[in-house]
Ligand binder design. Structure first.
Ligand code: HH2
Length: 261
């Protein structure tokens, strides 16, 4: 067990836990550098919030947020661009991103799959029913793990049919995206079943509202829950942990790894 830490760099005014803190490119770059010093191997740069109810961001605006930040972080870590817009992904790839983290799993923009295939980048395919505006309306599954697994298998098929090398695909069950508390807990509890898909797993539990639903904590007070859920996910086989609090998570992982030997 040695998951990579993916540090979150949100260049947005409205992200659910750190919106507005790093909207200035220089502040976002400094934040990314700090996350690397703290132990992040990957930085995930995003210019559009996907929190429940978030409004879509105009392409030019999203591009102007993320492009200087990706450019400023080149050479400091592996860079991932968190976007569902092909034009934004393309600009980020041109300045140095090597992973596209698409929460729509290539369904949001008809040009995204071809772009990723042509550029040979890594691709994170995440499960989300509907879109951020509607996903929490009334999530219903007969068996959430089976359904997420079938969805992800289908997206791998679509991606490889579009020419994306299967070896470059990472999968993510989308904790907090169109799921109730019980759905999120069950996905984490049965994470091992998603390993059967044969691709590395990315897990993002950091500061999410399911933690607050467990213990009533506010968003700025969820580090303990973020660590507990991420360590659990790592033990169950997560390969990448997408986190905001890299320093604390790195220490938690060092201790967990020391125990496991
Ligand atoms: N979660 C968020 C955004 N992108 N990408 C992947 N692959 N997995 C996740 O779990 C995931 C993600 C939400 O977190 P954050 O970026 O902090 O918030 P916001 O979307 O409000 O910017």
């Amino acid at each position: 067990m040695k998951p990579k830490l993916m540090g979150v760099v949100n260049v947005t005014p409205d992200s659910f836990s750190d919106g507005g803190r790093y909207l200035d490119p220089a502040a976002a770059i400094r934040h990314g550098e700090e996350l690397v010093r703290d132990g992040a191997e990957i930085l995930d740069v995003g210019g559009e919030s996907t929190r429940p109810g978030a409004e879509p961001v105009d392409q030019a605006e999203e591009l102007s947020r993320v492009e200087p930040v990706v450019a400023g972080l080149v050479g400091k870590a592996t860079l991932s661009i968190d976007t569902s817009k092909a034009a934004v992904a393309q600009a980020a790839i041109e300045v140095g991103a090597s992973i596209v983290n698409d929460v729509t799993a290539l369904r949001g923009d008809a040009d995204m799959a071809a772009l990723c295939a042509e550029r040979g980048v890594g691709v994170v395919l995440m499960h989300m029913p509907g879109n951020p505006r509607t996903m929490q309306d009334e999530p219903i599954y007969v068996d959430v793990v089976d359904e997420v697994k079938a969805f992800l298998a289908g997206r791998v098929e679509a991606a490889t049919a579009a020419g994306i090398d299967e070896e470059r695909i990472w999968l993510d069950p989308g904790i907090g995206f169109g799921k109730t508390l019980e759905h999120n807990l069950e996905l984490l509890r049965r994470l091992g079943e998603l390993r059967e898909l044969g691709r590395p797993l990315v897990i993002g539990t950091s500061r999410k509202s399911f933690i607050g639903k467990v213990d009533g904590s506010d968003v700025e007070d969820r580090i303990g829950g973020s660590i507990a859920s991420s360590v659990f996910a790592a033990v169950e086989g997560a390969d990448v942990l997408r986190v905001h609090d890299v320093s604390e998570m790195a220490q938690a992982m060092r201790v967990a790894e020391a125990i496991l030997g």
